[in-house]
Ligand binder design. Sequence first.
Ligand code: F0G
Length: 340
Amino acid sequence: MAPGLIERYRDRLPFGPGDPVVSLNEGSTPLVPAPRLSERVGAEVLLKIEGANPTGSFKDRGMTCAVSDAVRNGAEAVLCASTGNTAASLAAYAARAGLRGAVIVPEGKIATGKLAQALMHGARVIALQGNFDVALRLVRELCAKQPIALVNSVNPFRIEGQKTAAFEVLDELGPTHPLDALCIPVGNAGNITAYWKGFQEMGAAPRMFGFQAAGAAPLVHGAPVEDPETVASAIRIGNPARWEEAMAAMTGSRGGVNAVTDEQILDAYRFLAAEEGVFCEPAIAASVAGLLAHGAAGARRIVCVLTGHGLKDPQTALVQAGSVVPCEPTLDAVERAVLG
Ligand code: F0G
């Protein structure tokens, strides 16, 4: 059994030996070669499968640290604004810790699986008549007023936890297989900030390529987007909190930021599922769509971060996938149905 990441990386995280640890044994996610994608790109591409975390997204890395710190500080409640995955993760770790959890999500705009998770774990789910950016502004204001711990990625412990994904990638590749580039979807820009911090702490400097959905691409435009719109609901964000850090990561590593259309995202989403056997969230396919559309400046070894599991959003999958084959309960009919 692999221990959770605070235990695994305690020497590189802000936790002492006696500190409380709230963990679901997150991290240690697979780094999987992608032969078909590698062929299309003309480079070695590996997929970091963050959907293999306990609640199905990379958020668990940050949440184990943010919730452990909240417990250390004697907090009784934790709060976040979310496009869904942070909400699901907060709810699970709050349940684990015996804390009250509340999440504010844009009404009707989060994927079904994420909503089911947050509710099942017993968080108070607040459906805001406003988008993520408004929700984040309001939770920041509320947490300044009330003794509630804010666990969005503006919380430095989230970044600390999420940087461990970079450690894992480097550990797994080893010193003889340097990483040239990382491709990653960007929403609130915490995760790209965290990877870059992790790489830098280990003396590595792969080119960081961030990808945003065309309808929610403030970093590409260089200005906030008032009404972000994209099929990629997880990254439907118009004014990222970690804007400067993300830009510093991309320029400092000689990478860049680019936009991909919903059509490119959905193509990559279907390609990964059908050709690589990897089912990720639609939003997340932005990293692969971006690599296919924009390349990675001639990098030879590339990691694409697949931040969340496809089961989070069954509705988009069913719209994008083929239909079922109806069948009468006879051998003849089944034979015809199976052989097509
Ligand atoms: N991938 C997934 C699956 C996400 O849920 C998010 C963000 C991102 C990528 C982007 O990461 O924000 O650090 O740049 N989800 C947040 C949420 C905003 O509330 O779950 P980022």
